[in-house]
Design a protein around this ligand. Structure first.
Ligand SMILES: [Mn+2]
Length: 410
């Protein structure tokens, strides 16, 4: 069977901006690429949507996008099995099996966007369960908060089905792909991935990767759209994997006509304002000398040290970015060292210490207070805390209200 493996469409990304249509265009190109390569099944590893509650406009464009699946007629049966429950799905078009990502994650008692699509008969949503199609068993675990991810994976304990081809879909951070070790950011290592599967696929991380690990063959399709402008995303373009299960052959195919992305790190030493401005302008001039069919994304990262007395907030690059705004979508990040390196380190250390303890204290307090209420384990206090910490007050209140204990439970 020829299986197309895709991830992180982020439908609805950039709504209301110049990039509003891009997530849909990229996803459509990815699906067409799958069709053109005779895919008989599509697997999606989460973050199909950019928001947990997509707007009506996003739903509308999503249904239009899904009509592409109708271009391939089929007659297949997908059997979803969760514990002792068995459910059959008959597809008359190209079948799609998906897990939810962190962007679609909602509390246990709430329907996530992928469950809604399953109810509409457009896909099969997996979370700690399997779907069998012909000789292939798809095992899937949707995205869960990172702190709980390793426990969730162990608790689920997926086992390959003998005599079948087995693929497992995940949507988590993996320690080896991150620059530092932090349980809040990742708890799963490559060594924790379950053994015995023909293929392990992970969504969530937006760049593409393919490697052999202890557990076997491991791939990350990456996103179909650039949302975070990470350096690794600039190295290899966006695309999809095609897996021929019989031949056990994997192929990465690039999405045609994608928006170009340039990532440039500029290093300075005790630099004056004018020097920085001139170099940024020259860099933009060089990158944008050719003409591109679509405005490219350009990320410029400024590092190093500034001249004495100069603060990074003093450097306005508005004039430079305005000059090229018709030619590119530009983002500049300033990561200058403040004073001397030693002093900076000392500052960082104390900052990290105090921030950690404040965060830890805040979470402890929240957990303690919640444990004294009738909310019990209705939701993960970490989620609520994170929402409050990043200022998503409305969402926090919503989560709180949605998880309020039912009367009969009290
Ligand atoms: Mn994502």
């Amino acid at each position: 069977m020829k299986v197309a493996i895709l991830s992180d469409f982020h439908l609805g990304f950039g709504e209301g901006t110049e990039r509003a249509e891009e997530s849909f265009e990229q996803a459509a190109s990815a699906l067409r690429l799958a069709l053109d390569n005779n895919a008989e099944l599509i697997l999606h590893t989460g973050d199909l949507f950019d928001e947990d509650i997509p707007s009506q406009e996003t739903w509308d464009k999503t249904f239009k996008l899904f009509s592409i699946l109708n271009e391939k007629k089929s007659d297949v049966l997908v059997v979803k099995e969760k514990k002792d429950e068995k459910k059959e799905f008959h597809f008359s078009h190209l079948p799609l099996i998906a897990i939810h990502g962190t962007h679609e994650y909602r509390g246990k008692e709430l329907k996530n966007a992928l469950e809604v699509l399953e109810s509409a008969g457009l896909l099969v949503h997996l979370h700690a369960c399997t779907a069998t199609i012909g000789n292939l068993v798809v095992h899937g675990l949707g995205g869960v908060p990172e702190k709980k991810a390793l426990d969730a994976l162990k608790m689920w304990g997926p086992k390959p089905v003998e005599g079948k081809k087995n693929v497992i879909l995940l949507h988590q951070s993996i320690k080896e792909f991150l620059p530092f070790d932090d349980d809040m950011i990742a708890t799963i290592s490559l060594a924790d991935l379950p053994n015995g599967f023909d293929l392990v696929v992970n969504g969530h991380l937006h760049w593409t990767s393919e490697q052999n690990v202890a557990a076997g063959r491991f791939i990350m399709p990456g996103s179909t759209i650039i949302t975070q402008m990470k350096r690794l995303e600039a190295e290899k373009g966006k695309g999809i994997f095609i897996w021929d299960t019989e031949a056990d052959a994997l192929e990465f195919l690039s999405i045609p006509n994608q928006r170009k992305f340039f990532y440039k790190k500029l290093e300075f030493k005790e630099a004056e304002r004018d020097k920085i401005k001139a170099r940024v302008e020259k860099t933009l001039e060089e990158i944008l000398a050719p003409t591109f069919p679509q405005k490219p994304l350009v990320k410029i990262k400024l590092v190093g040290s500034l001249a004495k007395g100069l603060q990074q907030g003093d450097i306005s690059l508005k004039q430079q970015t305005e000059k090229f705004k018709d030619k590119a979508l530009i983002s500049v990040s300033r990561n200058f060292e403040a004073i001397s390196f030693a002093k900076k380190l000392e500052e960082l250390r104390s900052l990290q210490k105090s921030r950690k303890s404040v965060t830890a204290m805040g979470l402890d307090l929240l957990e303690k207070n919640l444990s004294q209420t009738s909310f019990g384990n209705a939701f993960d206090p970490r989620d609520l805390f994170e929402m409050l910490a990043i200022g998503k007050i409305d969402k926090a209140v919503e989560k709180f209200l949605n998880n309020a204990p039912k009367r009969e439970k009290v």
